[in-house]
Design a protein around this ligand. Structure first.
Ligand code: FEO
Length: 170
């Protein structure tokens, strides 16, 4: 059984994950209208992944006998100055999410809620991967600068990304 405090905190994280999904979808549409279909596909896959994160948390609350309470999702930004600006926002956002996940783990430890702690470790690992993946794209964009042809090459590479949900319980 989840404590009320943990239930509330995970419900807030569900909202944060669904907001992330919404924000990446907005970034995807920005790239769609900016002549970078590969980056648009990358963001679409990212949006699907975030939706999966939200659902994973939602299922956990249900499984632990808690009550899911869905909140309104904030409006994300709709436009950016450049591809570089978008990915800078992505990294800042993921660093913020890492902080939220760490706070959840701290709460689980404070409450000696071992089941939540074990469950949340998946997200801890996931955040390391996310920050690393985004950081790699950001590094390339910085090197590319104003080289349009290199940007198109990167765009083609980004377009290869697809989101495949891990097996259930994964
Ligand atoms: Fe669900 Fe990007 O962390």
């Amino acid at each position: 059984m989840l404590s009320k405090k943990m239930e509330k905190a995970i419900n807030e994280q569900i909202n944060a994950e669904f907001y992330s999904s919404y924000m990446y979808l907005s970034m995807s549409t920005y790239f769609d209208s900016s002549g970078l279909p590969g980056a648009a596909q990358w963001m679409r896959a990212q949006a699907e992944e975030e939706w999966f994160h939200g659902m994973k948390l939602l299922n956990f609350v249900n499984e632990r006998g808690g009550r899911v309470s869905l909140k309104a999702i904030d409006q994300p930004p709709t436009t950016w100055k450049s591809a570089l600006a978008v990915f800078q926002d992505v990294l800042a956002h993921e660093q913020k999410v890492t902080g939220l996940i760490n706070n959840l783990v701290n709460l689980a430890l404070d409450e000696r809620d071992h089941a939540s702690n074990i469950f949340l470790q998946w997200f801890v690992t996931e955040q390391v991967e996310e920050e690393s993946g985004v950081g790699a794209v950001l590094d390339k964009l910085k090197l590319i600068g104003k080289d349009t042809s290199a940007l198109f090459t990167l765009d083609a590479e980004l377009g290869q990304r697809v989101f495949t949900p891990p097996p259930a319980k994964g």
